[in-house]
Design a protein around this ligand. Sequence first.
Ligand SMILES: [Fe+2]
Length: 285
Amino acid sequence: MLRDRVEVEMHRETVNSTTPALYRVNYDVEGDKDSVFELLARRYFRQTLTHLTDKDLFFTGEQIFEVEQNADIGSTWHVGVDSFGYQYSEDFGCTVWSPLHSVNARGQRGGMAYVPQHVISGEWVFEQIEPAVVSTLRAREKAGIKTTAGEYVAVRHGILNSPAMLEILENHRVEDDFEPGDALLFNKMVVHRGVALEEGPLAKRSAYVMRFVEARSRYDLQRARNLDYPTQLLQTGLFAYKPLTRKPIEIAEAGAADGDLISECAYFGDPDRRMLRREQCPERA
Ligand SMILES: [Fe+2]
């Protein structure tokens, strides 16, 4: 089902492409969500996720990533500041990353690298760097200095990818093997990056991604505005058709106010089917 979904979604005209045919990403799965809601409704799926996180969760969206052999250097180190750019920093958010092809970390690679949170956590990026980057951009603008898209990206992504951080992160990198059906569950503070697909039998590797926030988490309007600011300033996003960073502010445009429960924002249709609640467990009561 997920492979079919990837095929359909990846051939839509609106699919984003940073470097055509090298690394494709679909940030707005448009197809009908029935099959995904059926997956969410499965008891095993719900129990596993809510048990591992020990939280009630709300499904906020799905994404698809595809990487081709020898055609991409992988993504740079980052945390979930774009994907969770609508949520208060202190509220819990997590990603389920599921490759739909085998990943051999000592072979062709093409998987996911991450650094355990006890070594380096991305909390300071969420709480301090993100707002500080925007206030720096505003100060430049006020001083009459124009900022290009490239300069913005260099400042924002340079923090976790400076020579010093690169050495630390690469040294503590974990890269796992996966078979289709395996998944990596990680919270939004985990520093991670996609790994390039090297020489080998696979022509491309696709991955299906689901995002969840803690059910009681709240909408952060300032964070959404901060993400939208460079888009307005530069009149361009990371992708031509629609800036990735628009989604958080669209939640406000659909009627949400700062501090509203994300699970009650009108932006998200079918809220009941998106909710994963923990079961009352008799032994723990
Ligand atoms: Fe990521």
